[in-house]
Design a protein around this ligand. Structure first.
Ligand code: NDP
Ligand code: 8X3
Length: 250
């Protein structure tokens, strides 16, 4: 299969790219860091095609996709919209507007732009699978998630609305909604490079790992074509609900 994965320079995307190439697929892997893409290319060889661009930049997306062999571009079987980020954990009144804009432009606009480029080819050949990486943050509010959680709620609802539009077509859409996952750069990015603070998020807890997410993706890809897995919400056993809080007068 031909698989386009955004955000392969770290975390989930990197592991999914490695596993997909090892499983015999051709992977087009994207990210902004050319050096990291080069390292993965050196590791994975001919069946990995790196494309360096920012998903929030539509002109850059079009230029990068335009550089691909057109037969490959029009025959992408699986699009994995994984690139995304959280920035900050402050309450909404203290959050940075730059962080908010970057999250919206990456997690929602970027994902929509990628989908808009690739979906018509899938519909034209009446075959394809889109996997969107959302988050439990899109389902359950928590302190400081404000815009990050809202962008992921957008991703989840966009996935479901895509399915609605695809009635009668053999194009499938799955929304993956992971909870706490370690072994990625997610918290290092969220805390703007404060690696000590980032590492505390994962202290003394058995978290989900990139390999777990990659296993789910490989399972999804292998499902028979008459099956659509709508949503996969997944948490570590150590994480659960009950986040509602009450402010009491003392
Ligand atoms: P990482 O920070 O490890 O990886 C994020 C990837 O996204 C990198 O490859 C990065 O590449 C890419 N990326 C970020 N911004 C852009 C951009 N503007 N344009 C292109 N690529 C971009 O994070 P994770 O692997 O943990 O996260 C992957 C996805 O999973 C994200 O959407 C995240 O929100 C979601 N998620 C993560 C969870 C977690 O706890 N880790 C849980 C639930 C969901 P580069 O910097 O080279 O551009
Ligand atoms: C990442 C999971 O709980 O840090 O989307 O928001 S969480």
């Amino acid at each position: 299969m031909n698989i386009l994965i955004t955000g392969v320079t770290a975390g989930f995307g990197r592991q999914i790219a490695i596993d997909c190439v090892k499983a015999g697929h051709i992977v087009i892997g994207t990210g902004r860091r050319a050096d990291k893409l080069g390292e993965i290319k050196a590791e994975l060889g001919d069946n990995f095609i790196p494309l360096c661009f920012d998903v929030s930049d539509l002109t850059a997306i079009k230029s990068a996709l335009g550089s691909l062999d057109q037969t490959l571009l029009t025959n992408i079987d699986v699009l994995i919209n994984n690139a995304g980020l959280a920035l900050g954990l402050e309450s909404a009144d203290k959050a940075s507007i730059d962080d908010w804009q970057t999250m919206i432009q990456t997690n929602t606009l970027g994902l929509v732009q990628m989908t808009h480029q690739i979906l018509p080819y899938m519909v034209a050949k009446n075959d394809g699978l889109i996997i969107n990486i959302s988050s439990t943050a899109g389902n359950y509010p928590y302190f400081g998630a404000n815009v990050y959680g809202a962008t992921k709620a957008f991703v989840t609802q966009f996935s479901l609305n895509l399915r609605a539009d695809l009635l009668g077509k053999n194009v499938r859409v799955t929304n993956i909604e992971p909870g706490l996952c370690g072994g990625t750069e997610f918290s290092n990015v969220r805390f703007h490079g404060d690696d000590e603070r980032a590492s505390k998020v994962y202290e003394n807890v058995e978290f989900i790992r990139p390999q777990d997410i990659s296993n789910m993706v490989l399972w999804l890809i292998d499902q028979p074509k008459h099956i659509n897995i709508n949503r996969l919400e997944v948490m570590p056993v150590a994480q659960t609900f009950a986040g509602l809080t009450v402010a009491r007068d003392l």
